[in-house]
Design a protein around this ligand. Structure first.
Ligand code: NAD
Ligand code: UDP
Length: 338
């Protein structure tokens, strides 16, 4: 299938493009490079032998999006494009709303015009808000978002749910990612955040290669196995394969579906740090700090539905995630920047 991949130059989008190419699909990337680097195209080509078509523009630019859809004739869309920094979203809620919800509205409008009926959307476990129980099930209610970024994901899910009601011929898959980490096994692609990383794994890898002095573990008094926060980390290649599985299923006309993409296993911050140090034989300096505002103690997925209906489940272990993340960072200490 020919797939429009918005945000395809980003962390998850780029890994998904590789898996799409490997399974015989043709990804076409639309990205304004607000949080990515053009070098990604060369890396995709190095891994797969194929350089995907790339359109550099903002998905909110309706004229450009329209022209792209007119010439490309897409079978499906995977919509990754969006801003994702929780802290920045608190400072600039309007920017987040305009960018994330605005781009989704424009995309839906143009999809309708060109009769493109299939869309997979990058949602997040953040839509569940503060979990009342773990593991989280797709049938659990959407919660109260703890930040504007999370609110944009809720808004976009609602937009797509309304679309599914209004047009039963649409096939919509909402994929709720848990905590994507790791990198492509080649070491050619990985996570490359601008500035100081907000997320745990890039902070660990940058500390391990000496770019950061030490990691601060946010909180050691949570009601968890060792007092540190527990999350469901998933290898980015497994996540990418989840999109390929969703694409296979979406061809069979089935309205709107929601799937958690995680491993179903909870790992604490301390477990991740010590596993990283052990498998990579490297020291990770850390200190304990106070809890981070808005963080929950424990969050992991029930992943039975994706297994049952998509035939997909995560294969890579925490050890793999730590090894691949470090391999990427060692080969690219400054990310994609030369
Ligand atoms: P990323 O920032 O690496 O990739 C997003 C890409 O979208 C970037 O290349 C950016 O330049 C592009 N982009 C942003 N706004 C755009 C716009 N208006 N027009 C065109 N391009 C635009 O992020 P990622 O980690 O690859 O995340 C991909 C998607 O998955 C995002 O929607 C994110 O919210 C969601 N998600 C990510 C995580 C995570 O932890 N990484 C977890 C849950 C959900
Ligand atoms: N975390 C941490 N130090 C950091 C970044 C994150 O201790 O520098 C913890 C955070 O409190 C949470 C876990 O690591 O328990 C995962 O955080 P991340 O920001 O990667 O993902 P989130 O689950 O918040 O989306």
């Amino acid at each position: 299938m020919k797939i429009c991949v918005t945000g395809g130059m980003g962390y998850i989008g780029s890994h998904t493009c590789v898996e799409l190419i490997k399974t015989g699909h043709t990804p076409v990337i639309i990205d304004n490079l607000v949080n990515s680097n053009k070098e990604v195209l060369n890396r995709i080509q190095k891994i797969t032998g194929v350089k995907p078509a790339f359109y550099e523009f903002d998905v909110r630019d309706e004229a450009k999006l329209d022209a792209c859809f007119a010439s490309e004739k897409f079978d499906a869309v995977i919509h990754f494009a969006g801003l994702k920094a929780v802290g920045e979203s608190v400072e600039k809620p309007k920017l987040y709303f305009d960018n994330n919800v605005g781009s989704s509205k424009t995309l839906i409008k143009v999809m309708k015009k060109y009769q493109v009926k299939n869309i997979i959307f990058s949602s997040s476990a953040t839509v569940y808000g503060t979990p009342k129980h773990v593991p989280l099930l797709e049938t659990d209610p959407i919660g109260q978002a703890t930040n504007p970024y999370g609110q944009t994901k809720i808004e976009i899910e609602k937009l797509l749910m309304a679309e599914a009601k209004q047009d039963p011929s649409m096939n919509i898959v909402l994929l709720r990612y848990f905590n994507p980490v790791g990198a492509h096994q080649s070491g050619l692609m990985g996570e490359d955040p601008w500035g100081t990383p907000n997320n745990l794994m890039p902070y660990i890898t940058q500390t391990a290669v000496g770019r950061r002095k030490e990691l601060t573990i946010f909180g050691k008094d949570y009601p968890t196995k060792d007092g540190t926060g527990v999350r469901d980390y998933i290898h980015v290649v497994d996540l990418a394969l989840g999109h390929v599985a969703a694409l296979k299923a979406i061809k069979e006309k089935w309205g709107l579906k929601i799937y958690n993409l995680g491993t179903g296993k909870g790992t604490s911050v301390l477990e991740l740090v010590t596993t990283f140090a052990r498998v990579n034989n490297v020291k990770v300096n850390y200190q304990f700090g106070p809890r981070r505002a808005g963080d929950v103690a424990e969050n992991y997925a029930d992943v039975k539905l994706a297994k049952k209906e998509l035939g997909w489940s995560a294969l890579y272990t925490i050890e793999d995630m730590c090894k691949d993340a470090y391999h990427w960072q060692k080969l690219n200490p400054n990310g994609y920047a030369q």
